[in-house]
Design a binder for this molecule. Structure first.
Ligand code: ZN
Length: 76
């Protein structure tokens, strides 16, 4: 866990912290090459959020700086 994640996990009630982590794991950051990682794995938090934002970042798979799309993956 990153400092940011620890901080929120500590200040939030346990149930909320669990919910926050579960939701952050559903948000996937995807490169144009197809590589994807969850927001949580990347050390971030995305909780109670809507929309599909884009983020400019370097992809560990293709090594390119590309616009990654952030989409929520639900287990349906
Ligand atoms: Zn890539």
């Amino acid at each position: 866990m990153t400092g940011l994640q620890k901080f929120f996990t500590n200040i939030l009630p346990a149930a909320w912290a669990k919910d926050m982590e579960a939701e952050s794991r559903q948000w996937m950051v995807r490169c144009t090459c197809g590589y994807e990682q969850s927001v949580w794995e990347l050390g971030g938090i995305r909780w109670k959020a809507k929309g599909n934002p884009k983020q400019l970042r370097r992809c560990p798979q293709c090594g390119q700086q590309t616009w990654h799309t952030i989409t929520r993956k639900t287990n349906l």
